[in-house]
Design a protein around this ligand. Sequence first.
Ligand SMILES: [Zn+2]
Length: 378
Amino acid sequence: MRDFRVACARCGHGTAYPAYRCPACAAPLVLDLAPVPPGDCRATSGQGLWRYAGMLPRTRHTVTLGEGSTPLLPLRRDGRDVHVKLESLNPSLSFKDRAMALAASAALDRQLDGLVLASTGNAAVSAATYAAAAGLRCRVFCATGSNAGTKLQTARAHGAEVELVVGHYSDAYAAATRAEGQGWLNVTTTYRNPLLTEAYRPVAAELVEQLGGVPEVVVVPVGAGPLLRGIWLGFTDLRAAGLTTTLPRMVGVQAAACAPLARAWTAPDWESALREPVTVAPTAAAAIADPLRGYQDEGLLTLSAARDSGGAIVAVDEPAIAEAGRALARQGLFVEPAAAAAVAALDTPAVPVRARAVAVLTGHGAKEPSALTVGSEP
Ligand SMILES: [Zn+2]
């Protein structure tokens, strides 16, 4: 595992973990990890996420429910070379389990009381699941606009305290921010807690292991986007360690109904574009509907990762998301609309038709089956 320091993404000011904003300039924080030796980027005999523990920031505890090592399957799609990474098959049925396994381990290291977070639903289920496994408390703030429904019932079943906040995800984010500290680790899955992004690095190693090489494009559904950045950082680890020679282009996808990053991507000045008001229209892909209100600067980390990789951030509309979801279901893959957005993005100009591509299916459909069956063709 890797020693780390916490540093400001803008000014480089160092601070102790846990911390959530730069004490000098209030910008988001990132982890500055020690370089990873080549041997530590290779799989160990461990299980799941922790097979690649050498790529992760150091923790003393190892909380696990078998997350990670998710299947990679070829997608039948007009002769294209496309695979899907089934993050939907993690223990609580979304990719967030990787981050929560690491976060719960870090909370135990520091003898904290519990995990607190804002969530559209998936993170709530994941945090509640891992808090239960670790013997920690869990407090969830969920916005009424997220229509989290049965996901919150699952979180409650694991013993989480769930509070509904009137408004959108950003309103829940503010509530979780007020509750952080005093024994509560904020595990809101934007960039607020800089540790969480790091849990996604091993996805890159798993993809290289499963594909036998580096894909040309990796498509990732993004709200704030730490999954995209974490996977990108993992690929840079593998190249720095001399295990691979190329890097993929990272393509983030948002629902057009709520797409602050896709809008900023095409603007000349990202910072001012992110500060413009974001309209939020109804979307089936609620899991990635994040207007970033009040924490716009976090979006810069995702935009920068996409730019550094030569990728893009795109938006797809509701009919395209629904059609992608139906097509996946007919191939035996039941995912939530936010995950289907990754497959819809394969038909945008950001993904060349001949590129060897991977679409990351971030969440299972079982937690929200009506989202895909509503509007289905007869
Ligand atoms: Zn700073």
